[in-house]
Design a protein. Structure first.
Length: 372
């Protein structure tokens, strides 16, 4: 029988409490510590042997894994402490608040060999996984165009509860967009250039409420994306995937659409359009809805973390993946400030589509792929 693994959850805020409850629900995990100097014990999920402590250092010598759910600015300190103690850590997304801090975490993880996972939980969604599989199979041909949205309306008390959300850095670019950037990277590959414009007309705050993006992918595909926390719409992952019961749901809506040379896929409904014969706007197409189970991706992420802790698998979203998604988001923020396109450096391998290869072969121009 597998031994029970001891877990410390650091941060007793909303997401930290969700992680803690899920740890308590897994039979071979023990919630040994909750780490938060300001937590009210009455508000902290706990098992019979759970101890509430103020500092991560009090827990590191007595746990097998750490779930880091602190504010973004504290991710660096917590992750580096866990790695230095040789304890694998699941870091909530984004991996850090700055690129420099994220790079420190990546270096520490890769130098030490201690697993660091980044909590991009949509990667564990069966819906997203099925979409990645469909696109990777070539069912829609080479990706050509991508459209996406994260449109939702945050209530006024969201800003009243945390006034920092009304200031620079508290808007949807740095708070929400990182989820979708990571999902688009999973679907279509690396994003190598962005251009963005942001506005604050809807709320007239010091931070953006809406931003529109253009995206260039390494495989030659182009994309558009719009994010707004002031839009009374349901075209966001949270409201279309039906994976979080805390949100209203719109079963007939999609938030991503990927069009290729032979068909298209809408996500998360998984409506797949293909052509049985010639591919042409004048020819008949066939639409099928692909099935996928609906499971809580946070549960599946924790299950994966347990397998990593037992040495049974490697991290699915490692620290360097989290760094790359953060690079894209910071490039979007930079472009929104300057109005200029921004190239996104990457040290991850980027698969090139057949369409991109043909473009290079025909024209001899590689800039749009490698150095936009």
């Amino acid at each position: 029988m597998k031994r029970t693994l001891r877990i410390a959850v650091v941060g007793a805020g909303l997401i930290g409490r969700q992680h803690a409850r899920r740890v308590l629900g897994r039979p071979r995990l023990e919630l040994r510590y909750v780490v938060d100097p300001f937590a009210d014990p009455a508000d902290v999920p706990a098992g019979p042997d759970t101890v509430l402590v103020a500092d991560l250092g009090q827990a590191l010598g007595d746990v097998d894994g750490v779930v880091l759910a602190t504010p973004n600015a504290a991710h660096r300190e917590g992750a580096l402490a866990a790695v230095a103690a040789g304890v694998p850590v699941l870091v909530e997304k984004p991996i850090a608040d700055t690129l420099e801090a994220a790079e420190e975490i990546v270096t520490a993880a890769e130098t030490s060999g201690v697993p660091v996972l980044v909590g991009h939980h949509r990667r564990y969604s069966p819906l997203l996984a099925r979409a990645v599989e469909i696109i990777g199979s070539g069912a829609i041909g080479d990706p050509v165009a991508v459209m996406g949205s994260a449109l939702f309306r945050k209530p006024d008390d969201y800003f009243e509860a945390a006034p920092w959300r009304t200031e620079a850095g508290g808007g949807p670019i740095l708070i929400n967009l990182v989820h979708d950037v990571d999902a688009l990277r999973a679907l279509c590959g690396e994003i190598v250039r962005v251009q963005a414009v942001a506005g604050s007309a809807a709320r007239a705050l010091a931070v953006e409420d809406t931003a529109a993006l253009t995206l260039s992918f390494a495989n030659g595909a182009l994309g558009t994306f719009i994010v707004s926390d002031a839009a009374a719409s349901a075209r966001s992952w949270e409201q279309t995937s039906r994976e979080n019961p805390g949100y209203d749901t719109a079963e007939d809506e999609d938030c991503y659409h990927v069009a290729g040379t032979r068909g298209s896929l809408s996500v998360p409904t998984l409506r797949l359009r293909t052509y049985p014969g010639e591919v042409s706007w004048s020819e008949r197409s066939v639409v099928t809805t692909v099935t996928a189970p609906r499971q809580d991706p946070l549960d599946l992420q924790l299950e994966h973390f347990e397998h990593v802790l037992r040495g049974e698998t490697a991290p699915r979203v490692r620290a360097r993946e989290g760094l790359q998604s953060l690079r894209v988001v910071h490039a979007v923020a930079q472009s929104a400030r300057t109005g200029l396109p921004v190239s996104v450096p990457t040290d991850l391998p980027a698969a090139r589509s057949a369409a991109a290869a043909r473009f290079v072969q025909r024209t001899g121009v590689d800039d749009h792929v490698v150095n936009p």
